[in-house]
Design a protein around this ligand. Sequence first.
Ligand SMILES: [Zn+2]
Length: 94
Amino acid sequence: MTQVQLKRLRLGAYSALTASMVVLAATMKFFGGVDNAPAAMLWMVTALAAFFVILVVFDSVYRATTKNSLCIHCGGSRRMQSFRFYGECPHCGK
Ligand SMILES: [Zn+2]
């Protein structure tokens, strides 16, 4: 997956989540507020909110790990294995 595709996927995920939250909020209002909404709907809202939080967390972790991920030996991009240690460079093996 390329960076551009990832960016589009992220944007799509965010807008889809935001849209479904707006729809859910509107439906909940139709039912007469949080207190009168069916339990299934509350679960859906909770699941959506949790998914949103996970997405934001993954997003910031992804950004943090890809920030300085250029190889110091050959300048090629490399994926970080953890927060502290780099794995072997796919370009030069160092
Ligand atoms: Zn390298």
